[in-house]
Write a protein that binds this ligand. Structure first.
Ligand SMILES: CC(C)(COP(=O)(O)OP(=O)(O)OC[C@H]1O[C@@H](n2cnc3c(N)ncnc32)[C@H](O)[C@@H]1OP(=O)(O)O)[C@@H](O)C(=O)NCCC(=O)NCCS
Length: 217
């Protein structure tokens, strides 16, 4: 644990952040369980953070290697705008040109997401007023439970407090993740079932949103 260094994200970390995002996307397991196009899914998970707001991102290094990250955004409303008007159209074109819809695994997952969208599953209360900042955190499997995640959270909360941000929120579908966030001072503010992994798990998953208000300085 002594050899762990938490530092701000640098441009050279972009690929390793994408790799960790892919390796941990399915409740800590690889996204390959439900998707095959690594490039597109890594873009979906990380592109906003690494390319539009790198200053709000942190990494954890062990012996010079990045083993985990926290990618954050100060203002979810700004993130959503860029996501809808820039990232989604780019991903749509990429998906067509790379033939994603012709790949069974990918098309099945996307079909489930689309059905969930039509059923209103993606509607949730707007947390950007009380908790404007958002974060995603992932640690490589062999480096979990060493205190790295808690250190990354502390760094981001300190950064957000200095920036006078009112609160931070995040969503997780992992039970272990939920316990971790509660132990780091977050409260459950919303939970709802989602069906997009039903073809793999034969049941809905519960997505939980956790929030933490910050003291304004
Ligand atoms: C959830 C996650 C980010 C937590 O990161 P982490 O580095 O494992 O977190 P920490 O080590 O700080 O804390 C995890 C637990 O290990 C315990 N721990 C910390 N140091 C320890 C040590 N040296 N020995 C034993 N246990 C230890 C903590 O008490 C904590 O217990 P808790 O789960 O009861 O709160 C990480 O497990 C992860 O990436 N999981 C997969 C993906 C995921 O769920 N991401 C979150 C959703 S976005």
């Amino acid at each position: 644990m002594e050899d762990i260094v938490i530092r701000k994200y640098k441009r050279k970390d972009r690929q390793v952040v994408r790799d960790i995002a892919w390796e941990t996307a399915f409740m800590g397991k690889p996204a390959s369980v439900f998707f095959s196009d690594r490039e597109i899914f890594s873009d979906f998970l990380t592109l906003y953070f690494t390319d539009y707001e790198p200053e709000s991102c942190f990494v954890a290094e062990s012996k010079g290697n990045v083993v985990g990250y926290l990618i954050g955004a100060e203002d979810e409303a700004k993130l959503k705008k860029i996501f809808i008007f820039k990232i989604i159209p780019m991903l749509f074109i990429k998906a067509i040109t790379r033939g994603v819809l012709l790949k069974k695994k990918d098309s099945e997952y996307l079909k489930n997401c689309f059905n969930g969208f039509l059923n209103g599953e993606f509607r949730s209360p707007d947390f950007s007023e009380d908790y404007p900042a958002i974060l995603h955190i992932n640690i490589m499997e062999s480096f979990r439970k060493l205190g790295i995640g808690s250190k990354l959270i502390s760094s981001f909360l300190e950064y957000s407090t200095v920036k006078k941000i009112k609160g931070v929120h995040l969503s997780t579908m992992s039970e272990e993740g939920g316990k971790f966030f509660k132990n780091n001072g977050f409260n459950l503010v919303y939970s709802a079932p989602r069906s997009y992994f039903k073809h793999i798990l034969s049941k809905d998953i519960i997505v939980c949103i956790y929030g933490k208000k910050l003291a304004s300085q």
